[in-house]
Write a protein that binds this ligand. Sequence first.
Ligand SMILES: O=P(O)(O)OC[C@H]1O[C@H](O[C@H]2O[C@H](CO)[C@@H](O)[C@H](O)[C@H]2O)[C@H](O)[C@@H](O)[C@@H]1O
Length: 257
Amino acid sequence: MSASAMLSPMLADLAPPPPRLSATDSLFLDFDGTLVDLADNPEGVHVSTELADRLDALAAHMPGRLAIVSGRSIAQLDALFGPQAEHFTLAGSHGAERRSPEDGHDQPEKPAHLATATDEMRAVAEANDLYFETKSFGAGLHYRRNPDAEPLALREATAIAERHGLTLQPGKMMVEVRLPGDKGQAIETLMQAPAMRGTVPIFFGDDVTDEDGFEAAARLGGAGVLVGPMRDTAARYRLPDVAAVHSWLAQALENAE
Ligand SMILES: O=P(O)(O)OC[C@H]1O[C@H](O[C@H]2O[C@H](CO)[C@@H](O)[C@H](O)[C@H]2O)[C@H](O)[C@@H](O)[C@@H]1O
């Protein structure tokens, strides 16, 4: 029996998205697990020249209507994409900050307690052999190389988030504490920009944090595209993996030419 036949009727599989973008579509792309495969730690990922050039070409075809919406900070996305990052609209830190070529960088104040919480997260990582990730508006504990530490990481991060009034954000083999915001709000805000206003958002993402984005896309008349295995989701379409996203982007670009 195929994997899709074993799914319950509530979880009937989703079709792949049609590989084309119209002049009234806006494209929103998650980063880790969608544009790049997951690696052992946050520094293990690499943006190929082919991917960056393809996104650049698509962005040129849809001026102001392509955005990367990531849990990473914009500083991290800049380091990964290099100068080409300046060409894209970015929503980073799970929507807490946004930047576009037209509107510049919109970012929140950093409250003093964020630095204290970051120090506390670092101390937990050092004491428990976890990978520590410092971000512009948060800090993460990664347990991918030490999965047994998941309960400890969740417990410690929950206590730190509660102590400092921060948002607790579980992710894939990681947990972070951060300033508020979510990808749905980020998409709704970006959709107010003149280039996107009145268009239809299509959002590709893999993680549970991307469900807010799928819901926002649907609310605004568009659709979510789940990347990865089928699950209970607000997405309308599905692609199996990052390689399929790359093929879809290549076809969408070809169909736009
Ligand atoms: O919203 P995203 O762009 O998908 O970012 C979500 C988190 O991605 C990163 O962590 C994940 O990818 C790492 C590298 O592949 C992997 O080692 C880790 O286990 C994953 O959870 C990033 O490090 C986080 O800051 C992002 O919040």
